[in-house]
Design a protein around this ligand. Structure first.
Ligand code: AMP
Length: 372
C-alpha cells in the first residue's frame, strides 16, 4: 500500500520511517530535489501547482496526506477530486490564514488573543486603539517560526512595521502576557475515534521552537481537559482525519489558542521515544482508518531542536536516555537540521541529562559545516 505525501521535509521523512514497520510504502512530492524525505522514499520533484506533476505523483497511490501546510489549497482540492486526501482540505484552508483561523476558533468558543483584520493603514490605527501596546502585526499567510511578524512596543514602531509589512493582508493581535506556551496534539481516525497526547510545554528562541518538555510539568488535569475539549471541537467541526496540533498560551490558569497545524508537529517529536505510539504512527493509523495507538507518555521527555548546528554524534549518544535524529540536511544558520529527545523515568534524571546535553551543544559552534 503506497501513501502519497505532499511535502518532503523532516516531518515527511519521520512519517515514512514510522510507516515501514506497518508495511507501508511512500511517495513524496516536493519542489526541492534535496528534500529530506527523498533519502528514505521515492520523491517526485515538481511544482505543487502543476497538474502534470500532480498526476504523476498520484498514479497508483492508496491515499494522500500532507506534512506541509502551505501546499496550495487548489492542488489539494484537485487531488481530493481523484482520491482520498486527509486531513480534509478545509482544515488546510483555515490553517493557512491567521484571520480565518482565529475567527474559526472564536466560532467554536475557543479563546484567542484579541485580533483585528488589517488591510489599510487606517485599519492598523483603528486596531491599535483596541489592542493598545504591545501588539503584534502579522501577515495573514505564509508566516511561520515567527517570520512575517513585527512587535509594536509603542507608536514609534508603527511606521517601520507598516513600511515592511503593509500592502498585504495582515492581522493585528494584542500581545498576550502568557505564563507559558503549550501545545496539544490530538488525532482523529476515519472511523471517528479520537485520542489526545499529554500537553507539551514549549520554549521558543527567536520565534523558533527550541525545546519541548512532555508531559508539560506541573500541569493540572483541568488544563489537559480544557485543551482536549478545544481540540475535540476543532476536529469534529472539520470532520478531521489525522494528527492535529494546536499551539496554546497559558494565561492565568486558562488556555488561549494561538494557531493550529493540520499535520504532525515539531512539538510532538518526543512521542517517537516518549509515548506509547508516536504521532507519526498515529497519523498513519488515522488516515488508513486503523485503530489508534495509546498516547500515554512513557516517563518524562525533553526534545531539543538542533538549529543551525551539528553537535558531535558520539558526545550526544553517551548521555543516558538521549536519542538523536538527523534530517539529512546541510547545516545553515537558523535551519532545523535534527533533534534530540531525552527520556528518563524520573524528572530529576531528565534535568540532569538536560544539563549534560546543553553543555555538549555549547561545545559546538553554530552552523558548522556538514562533515559526514
Ligand atoms: P506564531 O507564528 O503566531 O506561532 O508566533 C510565533 C511566536 O510568537 C509564538 O510562539 C509566541 O511566542 C509569539 N506570539 C505570537 N502571537 C503572540 C501574541 N498574540 N502574544 C504574545 N506572543 C505571541
Amino acid at each position: 500500500m503506497q501513501i502519497g505525501v505532499l511535502g518532503g521535509g523532516q516531518l515527511g521523512r519521520m512519517l515514512a520511517l514510522a510507516g515501514y514497520p506497518l508495511g507501508l510504502r511512500f511517495r513524496f512530492l516536493d519542489p526541492v530535489a534535496e528534500a529530506p524525505a527523498g533519502q528514505v522514499a521515492g520523491l517526485v520533484v515538481g511544482d505543487y501547482a502543476d497538474e502534470t506533476v500532480l498526476e504523476r505523483f498520484a498514479e497508483g497511490l492508496e491515499l494522500i496526506t500532507y506534512e506541509f501546510e502551505n501546499v496550495p489549497v487548489g492542488a489539494v482540492t484537485w487531488l481530493a477530486e481523484r482520491l482520498s486526501v486527509y486531513p480534509p482540505p478545509a482544515a488546510l484552508e483555515v490553517a493557512q490564514d491567521r484571520l480565518a483561523e482565529k475567527t474559526f476558533f472564536q466560532g467554536l468558543g475557543i479563546p484567542t488573543p484579541l485580533f483585528y483584520a488589517v488591510q489599510t493603514h487606517n485599519d492598523l490605527l483603528d486596531g491599535l486603539e483596541r489592542t493598545g501596546y504591545p501588539a503584534l502585526l502579522k501577515t495573514r499567510r505564509l508566516g511561520y517560526d515567527g517570520k512575517g511578524q513585527k512587535l509594536l512596543r509603542s507608536q514609534a514602531d508603527v511606521e517601520p512595521a507598516w513600511a515592511q509589512l503593509g500592502g498585504q493582508p495582515l492581522i493585528l493581535e494584542a500581545f498576550v502576557p502568557f505564563e507559558r506556551e503549550l501545545s496539544i496534539l490530538s488525532v482523529r481516525s476515519r472511523s471517528g475515534q479520537v485520542a489526545f497526547y499529554p500537553l507539551v510545554e514549549n520554549h521558543h528562541t527567536g520565534g523558533i521552537l527550541r525545546k519541548s518538555l512532555a508531559p508539560a510539568p506541573a500541569t493540572p488535569a483541568r488544563l489537559q481537559h480544557e485543551a482536549e475539549s478545544m481540540a475535540f471541537r476543532v476536529m469534529e467541526k472539520l470532520d478531521y482525519v489525522g494528527v492535529l496540533a494546536i499551539e496554546l498560551f497559558e494565561v492565568e490558569g486558562t488556555l488561549w489558542a494561538n494557531e493550529m497545524a493540520p499535520r504532525v508537529h515539531n512539538s510532538g517529536h518526543w512521542t517517537i521515544e516518549g509515548a506509547e505510539t508516536s504521532q507519526f504512527e498515529n497519523h498513519l493509523r488515522a488516515v488508513l482508518g486503523w485503530p489508534l495507538g495509546a498516547t500515554e507518555a512513557r516517563g518524562h521527555s525533553a526534545m531539543l531542536n538542533l538549529i543551525g548546528q551539528r553537535p558531535n554524534t558520539a558526545r550526544v549518544l553517551e548521555i543516558p536516555g538521549a536519542h538523536l535524529h538527523w534530517y539529512g540536511k546541510a547545516v545553515r544558520p537558523g535551519r532545523k537540521v535534527g533533534h534530540i529527545t531525552l527520556r528518563a523515568a524520573a524528572l530529576d534524571d531528565l534535568e540532569a541529562g538536560l544539563k549534560k546535553l546543553e553543555a555538549v551543544l555549547a561545545e559546538t559552534p553554530a552552523a558548522a559545516p556538514l562533515t559526514d
